[in-house]
Write a protein that binds this ligand. Sequence first.
Ligand SMILES: O=C(O)CCC(=O)C(=O)O
Length: 319
Amino acid sequence: MRANFDAQPHCAEFTVQRLAADCTQPDTFIQNYLKPGVPVVITGLLGQDAAWTVDFLRQHLGDRTFPVRHYGRDRYQQDKRTWDTVGSGVNVRTLTFNDYAALLENGEAHDQDLYLARSALTHTPLAQAPALVQAEQRLGFTSPVTALNLWVGPSGHISCLHYDPMDGTLMQLQGSKHIILFPPDQLYNLYPFAVMNHLWYGLRRRAVYSQVYPDRPDFDSFPRFQEALRHRQDVTLKPGEILFIPSGWWHEVSSVGAGAVLSINRWWNVPWGRSLRTWSKWRAHLGSVMAVPHTLREVLPGLVSATREYTLKELLQRL
Ligand SMILES: O=C(O)CCC(=O)C(=O)O
């Protein structure tokens, strides 16, 4: 990869707004952020919920199994154009929470970049965690698309630059996350993988991912990224804070802090008026439709074999 090392390191000019929950009217969030689709950090809703630590998860989820993504430490040294898997398309190991927690403790999760990502808490004792559900209700969210999802990983893990077709709430519980955001109108300045990729890679290499490293830009290959940089926003999400990430907003999420980093997220339906205006959302859905033939070819043999249950689980994790 020909990285442009002469480029000036970027200094973020914009930071995401912060909204203190206890000093605002109940519908301030809906009118100013949810309806128009403006990212914001909400403070003071979760408190510093000390309950949510790796030990707490061990107590409640210890023997349950979770898919753990194996990224490998050299992944972010590679040119993204050579990747044939990204996000939920990477190789997965199925581990009990206890086993994964042991890998976090002995450093293996860090060394091999093993990430317990986006695991639905449905059918677990934490599925309706009251403090989290009450916080969502206070913000006025009513139309969930998913369950609460668990994200646990080592400090240093990066979920690389992508957007989601749904609105998201990311609740930070242990450690911090640094998030780089770009608005939806920067889609083509961020060089997403082409939608046609879904025909060849199914859901393993998705059009919602950017080929650019925001902190190591290669302006020779991606010249329009210089324009995108003018719209970059940065924020560090601390324990007890919630980031609202509207549909189509690009985000790269880095785990920072001394030990394990723990968050919960959920995705929500986008209010209709905004949904119709968000081309990125429809582009992502188009990609999913184009992935159908490849995905069927990949999973059909497994679905009619003795490993049916495993194949189904793997497919659900990728969706
Ligand atoms: O926390 C992460 O690693 C990624 C979270 C994310 O992409 C999201 O909440 O939409």
